[in-house]
Write a protein that binds this ligand. Structure first.
Ligand code: ADP
Ligand code: MG
Length: 343
């Protein structure tokens, strides 16, 4: 396997929880991202899935350096980028771009599409000579499937799907290597979602991009992801190749998320139990002890309250190669697995 282009280790982001308006007294912290480990290999798509509030957007902002982590490292091609500043930080930022969730609020309504797409050149003038920018913008419109003649129109003259194409064109302007897409289709009509996903897929091969693709729903990331990480309350609970997660999930949280996904094949539907998650997501200001999922887990026992499960391949599986042998942060990940046939 090739070297990861991004290596995330022990990444945390805590926000102070304050009381009072004038004398903001800190009374705790919101642990939005709480010890995340991830690898992204060049050219692949890593899907990140989790309920709303699980820290996905915070993780995205950390990856593109819009925010600094409280702790942990993000290595880009081997170099920790969390402590860079000035010119070195700018150079890295150029290579890791973000596509935002909501195409209605992330585009300035008073700017023309051409100016929106050219905006990154103002921050990185070295990326395209001034005289060439107009041509580049038209080329970018064409690349994302929009008519280059629309360059002087305003965002409100476009549909949601078209606006997200504009956001994608802006993300591509600096020819980045990595795109972090934070729920890029969640705000779009279902009929338009597939078109935008297909566009991202095509752009990936055309420009050899690596993607971190965030969604709150496993059905959306399935088509586009090579590997998937399932997040819960700021942490990765299970990670693996796409068939490992979809066909052999070992974490109860993943199993619950999957049971909510419609299955087209009726045979598969019979085999899959429907699991309804009880209760709400706990507040990231009050994360349960031990396993953070235990308050909603139907398998939880005493050990889960006392001991934090690490994200690792269950010991019972380590001697075999197989789809269940991927990292899972559950003490009982091995329990429901079928023993693989002996060779
Ligand atoms: P997701 O994208 O998965 O819905 P977020 O990363 O947006 O999750 O949020 C995770 C948690 O962190 C939420 O409880 C949210 O309220 C909190 N949070 C996010 N940003 C901030 C911030 N700037 N200040 C305080 N709390 C924040
Ligand atoms: Mg979010």
């Amino acid at each position: 396997m090739s070297e990861p282009i991004l290596e995330v280790r022990g990444l945390t982001k805590y926000y102070p929880l304050t009381r009072g308006i004038v004398l903001k007294k800190q009374i705790g912290s919101v642990r939005a991202v709480d010890g995340v480990d991830l690898d992204l290999t060049a050219g692949e798509t890593l899907g990140i899935v989790g309920e709303s509030g699980s820290g996905k957007s915070t993780l995205a902002r950390l990856l593109v350096q819009l925010e600094r982590p409280t702790q942990g490292t993000i290595r880009y091609k081997g170099e920790d980028i969390t402590r860079l500043s000035g010119r070195a930080l700018k150079a890295v930022r150029r290579n890791i771009q973000m596509v935002f969730q909501d195409p209605y609020t992330s585009l300035n309504p008073r700017m023309t599409v051409g100016d929106i797409i050219a905006e990154p050149f103002a921050i990185h003038p070295e990326a395209a000579p001034r005289g060439d920018r107009r041509r580049r913008v038209r080329e970018l419109l064409d690349v994302v499937g929009l008519n280059p003649e629309y360059v002087n129109r305003y965002p409100h003259q476009f549909s949601g799907g078209q606006r997200q194409r504009i956001g994608i064109a802006r993300g591509l302007a600096l020819r980045p290597e990595i795109i972090v897409a934070d729920e890029p289709v969640s705000a779009l009509d279902v009929s338009v979602q597939a078109q935008v996903i297909n566009l991202l897929d095509r752009l990936q091969s055309e420009f050899r991009l690596s993607y971190v693709f965030i969604a709150h729903d496993l059905s959306i990331v399935r088509h586009i992801s090579d590997r998937i990480a399932v997040m819960y309350l700021g942490r990765v609970m299970e990670t693996g190749r796409d068939e490992e997660i979809y066909e052999h999930p070992t974490h109860p949280y993943t199993q619950a998320l999957l049971s909510a996904v419609p299955v087209p094949d009726p045979g598969a539907r019979d085999r899959r139990e429907r699991i309804l998650l009880g209760g709400d997501l706990p507040s990231p200001a009050h994360i349960p002890s031990g396993c953070r999922f235990r308050t909603r887990c139907w398998k939880a026992r005493e050990r889960c309250e006392l001991e934090v499960p690490q994200l690792e391949v269950p010991a019972e599986f380590r001697i075999w190669e197989g789809p269940a042998h991927h990292p899972s942060a559950c003490h009982f990940a091995a329990e429901r697995q079928v023993v693989p046939p002996s060779e």
